[in-house]
Write a protein that binds this ligand. Structure first.
Ligand SMILES: Cc1cc2nc3c(=O)[nH]c(=O)nc-3n(C[C@H](O)[C@H](O)[C@H](O)COP(=O)(O)OP(=O)(O)OC[C@H]3O[C@@H](n4cnc5c(N)ncnc54)[C@H](O)[C@@H]3O)c2cc1C
Length: 257
């Protein structure tokens, strides 16, 4: 069935964009129903204008296993991520400065600290010297409902392009939070990135990747600063990858000094 659909869509050889890649993976029916509209609203661009690797991040299975990833261990830490950070920061020697823009304080930090780990946008660090990298942003709408249960599960994805949000999260289902007569729901709306908005997703198309390479070369000349994380390395990374990269970076630094 899928082979026939790929053939009738006239796709041969290496996929040139997300649309071709998706059709090669799942055929035209599933592509149209689940992927085309969702991708358009998520990225604000037609799937034909997006790189094929975006869709390869998602595992395709022809089984009843409805997990997002194929990892052996999956889930979120008990109590969420907050207790991990509380314990990491529970040390009098660590100052936490909230609501402080790194860029505004950059010169003072560079003069004061011999080593800086920077997880903000790499282009912002260099004052967008070669031009801005593109990002995709999000808007969240959170509502409280007078009911013990709203949608019955943690996440529902809305694949129809006419629905303006991509997914709705009902937080109580992520973790065992005890009984409650109310529930909190968040809808996630994709949004264009504008200065001042949160840059959630790097747009790793050819143009932006080439621009990122130029910033990476600048970063290599600045050994005082270690660029890391999703924005510092201009790559989409999941939590497990972020933690792994942070540990590797720390190990490398500690063994080098
Ligand atoms: C909507 C969404 C859903 C996700 N769901 C999952 C999931 O289900 N599973 C999973 O594994 N991963 C998920 N991820 C990915 C996960 O959130 C990231 O891998 C992780 O947060 C990246 O960590 P980071 O430290 O690189 O960046 P971030 O967590 O984004 O941290 C960077 C921080 O730097 C701050 N910052 C930026 N610029 C400045 C500045 N100039 N001055 C001061 N501070 C600044 C930002 O405000 C931010 O707090 C999701 C991501 C998003 C956006």
């Amino acid at each position: 069935m899928i082979a026939q659909q790929i053939e009738s869509a006239g796709i041969t050889g290496k996929p040139k964009n997300l649309e071709e890649q998706a059709i090669q993976l799942v055929g035209t029916d599933i592509y149209r129903k689940l992927i085309a509209g969702y991708t358009q609203k998520q990225w604000g661009k037609p799937p034909r204008e997006l790189p094929s690797f975006i869709i390869r991040r998602l595992p395709i299975r022809f089984t009843y296993d409805n997990n997002y990833f194929n990892h052996r261990f999956q889930g979120i830490p008990e109590g969420g991520y907050t207790p991990i950070f509380q314990k990491l920061l529970d040390d009098d020697r660590i100052d936490v400065c909230l609501k402080t823009d790194f860029e505004a304080e950059k010169a003072a930090y560079l003069a004061r600290f011999p080593k800086i780990i920077y997880s903000g946008p790499i282009d912002a660090f260099f004052d967008q010297r070669y031009g801005p990298l593109e990002y995709r942003s999000l808007r969240f709408e959170t509502t409280k409902h007078p009911s013990p249960n709203f949608q019955g599960n943690p996440v529902i994805n809305y694949t129809d392009e006419k629905v303006p949000f991509t997914r709705s999260m009902e937080w109580k289902h992520f973790d065992k939070q005890g009984e409650s007569d109310t529930t909190i729901l968040t809808k996630e709306y994709p949004a264009p990135f504008t200065i001042g908005a949160e840059p959630y997703y790097p747009i790793n198309d050819e143009k932006n990747n080439q621009l990122y390479k130029k910033y990476k070369q600048l970063a290599a000349k600045q050994p005082q600063v270690l660029f890391g994380g999703r924005l510092g390395s201009y790559r989409y990374l999941d939590m497990d990858q972020i933690v792994s990269e942070a540990l590797k970076l720390a190990q490398k630094e500690l063994t080098a000094n």
